[in-house]
Ligand binder design. Sequence first.
Ligand code: PAJ
Length: 280
Amino acid sequence: MRIYHLASELRAWSRANRQQNQLIGLVPTMGALHEGHLSLVRQAKAECTAVAVSIFVNPTQFGPKEDFAEYPRTFEADCALLEAEGVDVIFAPQPEEMYPPGSSTFVEVEGLSQHLDGASRPGHFRGVATIVAKLFIAAEPARAYFGQKDAAQVAVLRRMVADLGLPVGLVACPIVREPDGLAMSSRNRYLNATERQGALVLSRAVRRVSAAFLQEGERSSAKLIDIAKQEFAAEPEVRIDYIVAADWATLLPVECVEPGTLFAVAAWVGTTRLIDNAVL
Ligand code: PAJ
């Protein structure tokens, strides 16, 4: 496994591999890897012949009051995990490599970036779209792997790929959960024992809504949102950010859900913001 810090090294590796007809898969991450990330790596390994994983805590997707400084950085452990998965390349650039001094070019996916997480994290998706575009330019992957856990991120990036005509296939992989249902997240390690228990309300709400949709045939967004709110009412210390039923492509709220509708929740558990969702 090679570790590159320069985009030029990643590009040279990708070009050489493509000349030998290798199918390049890219898994963008911010490190602090867990089984959710590794599921993306495994899918990339299953579908591609050469796999690169990027590890970069991207400053532009964090707001001024967000956790950029505290975000867990576990590079050595991440490398060991990726080596065990048989990853070919880790790309771990320094901030100046991705944002040269004087950087003033950004990718803005208008509209979509203002919904769901974009509404409570202004500028977040601009940072995400910008870094992912830069990673695509450097790695020139045939396929790139993202988690459905960040469903709005997937919608924004799909739009970006379509609008810019990028020759990359985006693959959305299922949410990986802890045994008790909590969606895995690098931010779960911020939770104390009480918060960890309270955080289960997100997955509980999503599960109840999925059951109401599937087993009881409920199709009204308002009623499904009420069902989720009832779950949250049992955990008053968890503060709801949003509960929405939305079209997964446009992120616009829908009145009636149908198969494929995104049901997404976000909430504050103490000072930690967590998200979860189901595609109904
Ligand atoms: P990060 O939060 O590190 O997540 C990297 C990838 O892992 C994302 O595609 C995310 O959706 C996926 N992932 C995280 N938790 C998951 C889970 N429980 N199950 C399945 N997939 C999961 O998302 C980012 O980084 C950044 O925004 C990034 C795309 C790297 C751009 O900086």
